[in-house]
Design a protein around this ligand. Structure first.
Ligand code: PGA
Length: 258
């Protein structure tokens, strides 16, 4: 899909009360309409509807950070994919490492959530994969990623509705990143793996890198072959740095007022 890349998404995690997320949304909108690339934000559930309303018509994708695998029912405290869609959000992050490792989510659970998000009609699923530090040191990265691709991503998903975020767990929120060569070889490997795993054209799936992406390192990271964008945590809470990441990857805004 020409013009869709780079895809730069901000995962706000458990940050932001109403006044913060309103201000952040206004700042992003003020950069002007997007003329190239895809920008997205993933606020906490409590702010999802307000942010979706504020950003309606801006072209900025709004999504949730998770959803439950069931369509509805007796699941106290959970939010279904249909409820996410009902807020006006069109995307969802699934399998983030803070849920896989922090809350014990398995590949099978992520897969079930993905099916439920597809059934609910969400346009875009961001499925996160990544190795832990000990797996990295044991040189298990590719084996871990293959297992996660196989187990977490429904093979019949429409490739246009899928974004895969490669996020080494040890790079999230640490200020550390793999080398340019390591990112390039993992992404090239994933491109082939997705082609083999998906029924549709797996080569066309957008693959984001995530883990300590900032304005300062974005030109290098987003310049790597097969890196189609970034999933950004901490730096996405600063609109100026977030926009810098987007433009470093070739994204552009129309000049305000034009
Ligand atoms: P970070 O988080 O940019 O703060 O490292 C990335 C993520 O968790 O998606």
């Amino acid at each position: 899909m020409p013009g869709r890349r780079p895809l730069v998404f901000g995962n706000w995690k458990m940050n932001g009360l109403g006044q913060d997320t309103r201000a952040l949304s206004d700042r992003l909108k003020a950069f002007g309409p997007i003329t190239r690339g895809t920008l997205g934000v993933f606020p906490p559930f409590t702010q999802l509807q307000a942010v979706a309303e504020k950003l309606r018509g801006s072209g900025i994708v709004v999504g949730a950070q998770d959803c439950h695998e069931a369509a509805n029912g007796a699941y106290t405290g959970s939010v279904s994919a249909a409820m996410v869609a009902d807020t006006g959000a069109t995307a969802v992050i699934l399998g983030h490492s803070e849920r896989r490792h922090g809350l014990g989510e398995s590949d099978a659970l992520v897969n079930a959530k993905a099916k439920s998000a597809l059934d609910a009609g969400l346009a875009l699923l961001v499925i996160c994969i990544g190795e832990t530090e000990s797996e990295y040191l044991d040189k298990q990265t590719l084996a871990v990623l293959d297992r996660q691709v196989e187990g977490s991503i429904p093979a019949d998903i429409d490739p246009d509705r899928l974004v895969v975020a490669y996020e080494p767990v040890w790079a999230i929120g640490t200020g550390r990143t793999p080398s340019r060569e390591e990112i390039a070889s993992v992404h090239a490997h994933l491109r082939g793996r997705l082609a083999a795993h998906l029924k549709g054209d797996g080569r066309s799936v957008a693959i984001q890198y995530g883990g300590s992406v900032k304005g300062a390192n974005a030109p290098v990271i987003l310049g790597i072959a097969d890196v189609d964008g970034a999933l950004v945590g901490g730096a996405s809470l600063d609109p100026v740095d977030f926009a810098k990441i987007f433009t470093a990857g070739g994204g552009s805004f129309a000049a305000p007022g034009s």
